[in-house]
Ligand binder design. Sequence first.
Ligand SMILES: O=C(O)CCC(=O)C(=O)O
Ligand SMILES: [Fe+2]
Length: 284
Amino acid sequence: MTELSNTYIVSDEQRRFYDENGYLVIKGLLDFATLYNYKQRFLQICKGTVDKGNITVVKEISLKDKGVTGENLINKLQEIHYDDVFMTYTEHPRVLEVVSQFIGQDLRVMNSMFINKPPGSVSHPPHQDLYYFPFRPVEKIIAAWTAIDDVTIENGCLYVIPKSHKQGILYPHAILTGASRLYHGVQHAAPEDARVHLEMSPGDTVFFHPLLVHGSGANVSKRHRKCVTAHYASERCAYVSVRGTVQEHIAREVEAEAGRRGFELSFEDTWKIKSKSITLPSKL
Ligand SMILES: O=C(O)CCC(=O)C(=O)O
Ligand SMILES: [Fe+2]
């Protein structure tokens, strides 16, 4: 197997595409061996054979009464950036090199997830990630999302609304019935005919802007759909109060959820606590 070099230079054309459309797909950014490690780690956590540390395990609501377990039930692992194996994704030199060309070299990983969509999973409503973030400026935030399996329309690939990052945070982020408490969607901003479906092969990675409207379809196939994703922000970003803004609703929910877990934390504090500063490999 050929080793991938850690150097990845974003071309002017790719940069222009990102600025104009709000996303950029880079094919083959990660290799199979690396992806295999993440898949194995996920399976170990599903089976409970390794300590999950501070990872939050989330089950797929729509499958809870279907008599399925493990990989066929677990939808995502959250806050994976402190895990020994998954942090090799959130701190992968090739991912960081691309991220740093968009938002600079002083980076924090704010959020990270391993997402598994078992067959039968419902769709992930269209949304803008910035709605969940109390830090700015927006130009200093970016997401990376890497396919682990072949992702297709049938198994619920990501879709994006090109150019939708050029507007502000959209309103309302209605809470979808039947969905989890923290799912706030912007269905009206993602008409079917405006969706660009990102079918991707293992290792392909999409980088996207925090205001880009995106979501993913239901998994109507018999295959799982796995990916790993992280959000990065520059250390130069500042926390902002979202009181009196469109984001106030989500802020209250997050604070209430922390309260239920026994912590008295502000929305901003929840982000301060879970984010992690990153040291770039010295060559960067
Ligand atoms: O993979 C998905 O279904 C949604 C992921 C997503 O919204 C994100 O990574 O920001
Ligand atoms: Fe998202």
